[in-house]
Design a protein around this ligand. Structure first.
Ligand code: G3H
Length: 248
């Protein structure tokens, strides 16, 4: 039985004052939530997460990382640096990075390797655009995105990743995939993981992301292969994020 994992992706939002209230609000409202939870915040706020969240059940992480270890890469942040701020998770391959920064699956695979090499957990995002879904290409697109990462990892490392299925058309649109649509893709992703490492496939959490909110979380999270959520907009309000955590 996989524990549910709820991760907030703050994207490029937040301020020191607002974060303080949000993080403390999340911690205060956790009660005895069964789900594991984390927030992935903009890099400048990692120190604040470490200050506020150390000793609480809420983990934290980053939204991107360099594929390089160290060196002359202006503007980049490497995995080793993230470990110095206590990061447990790093999102790689979010569709916004793929679309706005032209990141391809080969680069995403290298980033996942860099995260694993420093002992953290990559949250590997995959997902199709609306155009690709309408052309019947969903299975092929997300399959290729995940395979690129799996092929770059040794079989033992497969069990150390998290996968997030985020249909691009559902992100920030208010239009979520139906539970059945999401489950169909999650089952395919699970089968791909199994083909690489059957034992690991049973423990890898596969998260759904794309307009998950308090009103639809329970039904999505009830699907057999939906092990949690990668939450954007609803992670910016403690009340909504907590409602999703408690739905899990
Ligand atoms: O990483 C999170 C996703 O992009 C989902 O964002 P959203 O919940 O605002 O649709």
């Amino acid at each position: 039985m996989r524990a549910k994992l709820i991760v907030g992706n703050w994207k490029m939002n937040g301020s020191r004052a607002a974060n303080e209230a949000l993080l403390k609000g999340i911690v205060a409202g956790l009660d005895n939530a069964r789900a594991v939870c984390a927030v992935c915040v903009p890099t400048p706020f990692l120190q604040q997460c470490e200050d506020v969240l150390t000793g609480t059940p809420v983990a934290w992480g980053a939204q991107d990382v360099s594929m390089h270890a160290f060196g002359a890469y202006t503007g980049e942040v490497c995995a080793k640096m993230l470990t110095e701020f206590g990061c447990r998770y790093v999102i790689v391959g979010h569709s916004e990075r793929r679309a706005y920064h032209r990141e391809d699956s080969a680069l995403v695979a290298k980033k996942a390797q860099a995260v694993l090499a420093e002992g953290m957990t990559p949250i590997v995002c995959v997902g199709e655009t609306l155009e690709q879904r309408e052309a019947g290409e969903t299975a092929q697109v997300v399959g290729a995105q995940l395979d690129a990462v799996l092929e770059a990892l040794d079989a033992a490392s497969v069990g150390r990743i998290v996968v997030a299925y985020e249909p691009v058309w559902a992100i920030g649109s208010g239009r979520n995939a139906t539970p059945a649509m999401a489950q169909e893709v999650h089952a395919q992703l699970r089968a791909q993981l199994k083909a690489r490492n059957a034992e690991a496939a049973e423990v890898v959490p596969i998260l759904y992301g794309g307009s998950m909110k308090p009103e639809n979380a329970k039904e999505l999270l009830a699907q057999p292969d939906i092990d949690g959520g990668l939450i954007g907009g609803a992670a910016l309000k403690a009340e909504d994020f907590l409602a999703i955590i408690h739905a899990a």
